[in-house]
Design a protein around this ligand. Structure first.
Ligand SMILES: CCCCCCCC/C=C\CCCCCCCC(=O)SCCNC(=O)CCNC(=O)[C@H](O)C(C)(C)COP(=O)(O)OP(=O)(O)OC[C@H]1O[C@@H](n2cnc3c(N)ncnc32)[C@H](O)[C@@H]1OP(=O)(O)O
Length: 220
């Protein structure tokens, strides 16, 4: 197996695949604020014990807003280009369910490029609950999938997850800063082997081994 974690200079431009690209810093502040507000709304709706009249009023207001916002929608597959801490660019779908900038269903996860991979911190509320007070195992896998995919993309080039094995070592708590990290371990042709971890209070709660397959490019 060849070990080569040097960044690949040639990166696919999503525009070449017919996908629109939005620059991260061109997303209006009003939209960022709305995303944050709706994230809080999801948490509020999930946990409310408000009376029926209040619920009916909120329901009508939300439905009216849906109609207004749906009057102008982005294309499915719209990508966002963002700069990861050290100046490295990353493309991702703007609605990516784990890290999409405009997706209120995505936890506010910003991964930064570090030597050999990525890392970031996220705190999850009850929207991501599985067992009482704990993060759902599917979301733990989703966070790790995003981290290994992102590490592979910035250290080599973008790809798809072919295999993801998750070990759940300890319960992962809600309302606690979680450190997410991933490192590229080795590469072999289009195969990229990546490991990932989630830590709470410095202890590993979940870890993953993944195989990413890079999107084929003109490299023989
Ligand atoms: C277009 C846009 C351009 C811009 C791009 C920007 C993108 C964003 C970038 C960055 C952000 C990153 C954040 C994302 C994170 C989340 C990722 C996900 O959730 S991905 C969704 C879940 N995964 C799937 O749905 C995959 C479904 N499977 C497939 O599509 C195929 O099976 C695929 C692509 C994985 C492989 O298919 P093949 O036809 O391309 O490749 P073959 O020729 O079969 O395999 C190549 C090598 O890999 C091995 N391989 C393939 N699959 C394997 C497996 N499951 N286990 C072991 N080896 C496998 C093969 O044995 C072969 O190895 P040998 O080079 O011959 O040694």
């Amino acid at each position: 197996m060849t070990v080569n974690t040097q960044p690949v200079a040639e990166r696919p431009d999503p525009r070449a695949y017919g996908l629109p690209v939005v620059e991260q810093d061109q997303i209006p502040d009003e939209l960022r604020s709305l995303v944050d507000g709706v994230r809080n709304l999801v948490d509020a709706v999930s946990n409310t014990e408000a009376d029926s009249a209040t619920l009916a009023e909120a329901d009508a207001a939300v439905r009216a807003l849906n109609d207004r916002l749906n009057a102008a929608r982005r294309e499915v597959g719209t990508m966002v280009r963002r700069t990861m801490g050290d100046g490295t660019d990353e493309f991702g779908t703007i609605t990516n369910v784990v890290a999409g900038t405009t997706n209120p269903a995505a936890p506010p996860l910003d991964l930064e490029h570090v030597e050999g991979g990525v890392q970031g911190t996220v705190t999850l509320n009850t929207t991501y609950q599985g067992p009482p007070g704990l993060v759902h195992g599917g979301w733990i896998a989703a966070l790790l999938d995003q981290a290994v995919g992102s590490a592979s993309a910035v250290e080599t080039s973008p790809g798809m997850t072919a295999k993801l094995e998750v070990n759940y070592r300890q319960p992962t708590p809600l309302f606690t800063p979680l450190e997410i990290s991933a490192r590229v371990r080795s590469t072999e042709r289009r195969k990229v082997y990546v490991t990932g971890q989630i830590r709470a209070h410095g202890q590993v709660t979940a870890e993953a081994e993944a195989l990413m397959i890079r999107i084929p490019m003109d490299e023989g």
